[in-house]
Design a protein around this ligand. Structure first.
Ligand SMILES: Cc1cc2nc3c(=O)[nH]c(=O)nc-3n(C[C@H](O)[C@H](O)[C@H](O)COP(=O)(O)OP(=O)(O)OC[C@H]3O[C@@H](n4cnc5c(N)ncnc54)[C@H](O)[C@@H]3O)c2cc1C
Length: 464
């Protein structure tokens, strides 16, 4: 008999007032008993809608059935054949809008906790030293992948499984893309990202770090001089946008990407004496924006010791674009939400450091082109928040380097690489996917694009 409980088996979490002062992972994962109990909630539908909701088509009922049978090695094999980074996606994928949104159990109660089960299986495999190294025999074809975020790593892993000789070129000194430099340790421990990258290396993927394509080598050089027969561009969308208000060049103003990179990649959370790139010690921080990145920046600021951390967002709580779970966690951890508030300017003190964020209150008018109600300033409602740090978190776009050094590569008005559904671009032998072609999106969409492009590259090289 399936477990007909209407709610998911709860996953243990660190207490809010404890975790807001440390960088350890918030969510603690399932035990075997909890995983089996949750797995019993899956009805093993014949027409599994959850699989259709998964951009990398994980055979979800099959791997969950293996958990029920306590065949965790079997579950891992099924999962890892479809998903190159299961411990990552089990943690940060927005399952509520993907697989879990299609789960039939979600009609009358909570859907099956697919993400938590995915994480459980991937963690079990890692803790038990199990790696799925099943790869076809080497076929001698060389493929270059630009960028080692989820799009590039997935594309590389898929191609390695098909027997290709894959080299990933990464601009930074560490692989992982946003998984390493953006998403904080307390949501995605870097040890886990490193292990998933290591698994790809064990499958034969070569990773060259400190290689900025467009500066060190061009795409034309990769193809014409280095013998790569196809190239996948997964260079992401790492160029931050600012609020375009006076005072953004003051000391104490960081883009969210810079702030998070210093803390996560450069380990500023270990303290100024134990890292190469510290952040200022802040007492009062204002993060401008309401997306997932803003939540991450605010929660990091709190953990770095700030007494007050504000999220300044020009619309209301209902319009927040961040995942509900992230908002809930941020609220629990004591982040102050200033809704219907827009920044106007940043004031500096005599030393040139930000000291006040001037704001105006907003009200919501008619929906705009995005379908969301347009915020309108309320006359005479100006006020200021005392701050020493301001973190604009207003979205990102692709860095222009690749498009400016690759003749014939079509991009759109937002600077994103134009691709067909199969990941092909306007340049023969060049494929692209992830944030570089969609603009800032999600880990699982980037992984889906990497997987699609790998299949297209395989087709292209087989028919060449
Ligand atoms: C702080 C933050 C939190 C997020 N949280 C979530 C979340 O919880 N869930 C979720 O689903 N999504 C989340 N996202 C979005 C998600 O991380 C991205 O959509 C995803 O990482 C995109 O993957 P990608 O591989 O396309 O690009 P990226 O992850 O950006 O990787 C691109 C890589 O390419 C490298 N690169 C760029 N240019 C070059 C070049 N010229 N030569 C060589 N290498 C280059 C970059 O250094 C980078 O390593 C978050 C994003 C941020 C910034």
């Amino acid at each position: 008999m399936p477990n007909m409980s209407l709610t998911k088996v709860k996953m243990a979490e660190q207490e809010p007032n404890v975790r807001n002062a440390n960088f350890l992972e918030v969510a603690q994962g399932y035990t075997l008993e909890q995983a089996k109990e949750e797995a019993e909630r899956c009805l093993n539908c014949k027409n599994a809608m959850c699989v259709q909701g998964c951009p990398v088509n994980v055979p979800i009922p099959e791997f969950i059935a293996k958990i029920r049978e306590e065949d965790l090695a079997g579950a891992y094999k099924i999962l890892s054949n479809a998903n190159a980074l299961p411990a990552v996606s089990g943690r940060v994928c927005p399952q509520e809008t993907q697989c879990e949104s299609k789960c039939i159990r979600g009609i009358k109660g909570e859907p099956v906790a697919i993400g938590r089960l995915e994480r459980f299986v991937a963690d079990w495999a890692r803790e038990n030293g199990i790696v799925n190294l099943d790869c076809a025999e080497a076929n001698g074809h060389k493929v270059a992948v630009i960028g080692s975020g989820p799009a590039g790593l997935t594309c590389a892993g898929e191609l390695a499984r098909k027997g290709y000789d894959v080299t990933v070129f990464e601009a930074l000194h560490v692989a992982g893309g946003v998984l390493s430099y953006g998403i904080p340790e307390f949501r995605l421990p870097k040890e886990i990202v490193n292990k998933e990258v290591e698994n790809l290396v064990k499958m034969g993927v070569k990773i060259e770090t400190n290689m900025v394509i467009g500066k060190v080598l061009s795409i034309d050089e990769l193809i014409e001089e280095m013998g790569f027969e196809a190239v996948f561009i997964g260079s992401g969308a790492g160029l931050p946008m600012f609020a375009q208000i006076p005072g953004e060049s003051l000391c104490g103003v960081y883009s969210a990407n810079e702030y998070l990179t210093r803390i996560n990649l450069m380990k500023a959370f270990r303290g100024a004496d134990n890292c190469d790139t510290p952040v200022l010690e802040s007492q009062s921080v204002a993060v401008i924006g309401g997306g997932n990145v803003a939540m991450d920046a605010a929660r990091c600021a709190k953990r770095m010791g700030a007494k007050e951390v504000h999220i300044v967002y020009r619309r209301g709580e209902a319009e927040l674009p961040a995942r509900k779970e992230e908002v809930h966690h941020a609220m629990e951890e004591g982040i102050i939400f200033d809704f219907l508030t827009a920044p106007v300017s940043i004031e500096g003190d005599e030393k040139g450091r930000a000291c006040k964020l001037h704001c105006v209150k907003m009200e919501l008018g008619e929906p705009d082109a995005s379908g969301r109600r347009r915020p309108i300033p309320v006359e005479g409602s100006d006020f200021a928040i005392e701050v020493d740090t301001v973190i604009p978190s207003l979205g990102t776009s692709p860095n222009p380097l690749i498009r400016s050094t690759t003749p014939g590569l079509d991009t759109n008005k937002k600077g994103c690489i134009v691709t067909g559904e199969d990941g092909s671009t306007s340049r023969a032998a060049v494929f692209a996917g992830g944030d570089a072609s969609t603009g800032a999106a999600t880990v699982i969409l980037a992984m889906g694009a990497g997987k699609t492009a790998a299949a297209s590259i395989d087709e292209y090289l087989k028919n060449k």
